[in-house]
Write a protein that binds this ligand. Structure first.
Ligand SMILES: [Zn+2]
Length: 203
């Protein structure tokens, strides 16, 4: 399995790549768009998540990518969907990134952190997000078939839970959605299916 054994804490892991989300408003790319103060500050981290999505193994894994930012804006965890590659039903991008972030800070609480993912989290990942105590979830494309951050369910902001991260949806939504559309279009054109017959769009 590609994921590291639990307990191998790596203080400072991921700190070499530092992204300060507070300063992305100065990028030229953003000036091409109508200003959106809620989402624009997360554009640069979302591009890192998109870069992670591109690393999804060519084994039929849906290209979803995720980064976790520490309180100072540095990347402390990253992951891409590798469920097919490693044969692990929990190996979604968010789960991989959360595990790496927890190893980096040497504890399970990710207080002050922001999770940035290219696709709206599913119920499993939404549960892990709540349990990890991240402050904020930023996502790109909406998953109206299985999303659990405001679409089909809203696990992350369920008032019955004692921790409800802020949710920022729709950051680079078109780009994030295009990656997935391209992936599924490619597989539809491929005569050799990557999934068992009858399997649907399943992240
Ligand atoms: Zn998931």
């Amino acid at each position: 399995m590609a994921t590291r054994p639990v307990g191998q804490c790596r203080p400072g892991a991921g700190a070499a790549t530092r992204v300060d989300a507070r300063h992305v408003a100065d990028t030229g790319a953003m000036r091409r768009h109508r200003p959106d103060p809620v989402r624009d500050r997360w554009t640069t981290p979302m591009r890192l998540a998109l870069a992670e999505a591109a690393l999804a193994p060519p084994t039929g894994d849906v290209p979803v990518g995720c980064v976790v930012l520490g309180p100072d804006g540095s990347v402390i965890g990253r992951g891409h969907n590798e469920r097919e590659a490693v044969g692990d039903p929990t190996a979604h991008a968010e789960m991989v990134a959360i595990r790496e972030a927890a190893e980096a800070v040497c504890e399970w609480r990710l207080t002050g952190c922001t999770l940035v993912v290219t696709l709206e989290p599913c119920t499993m990942c939404a549960g892990a997000i709540v349990l990890s105590r991240v402050d904020r979830v930023v996502y790109g494309a909406v998953d109206d078939k299985a999303g659990a951050a405001g679409s089909l369910w809203d696990v992350i902001r369920d008032r019955r839970l004692n921790h409800r991260p802020e949710v920022v949806p729709g950051v680079l939504a078109e780009e994030c959605g295009a990656v997935l559309t391209s992936f599924f279009d490619g597989h539809r054109a491929d005569p050799a299916p990557v999934k068992a017959p009858g399997a649907g769009k399943d992240f």
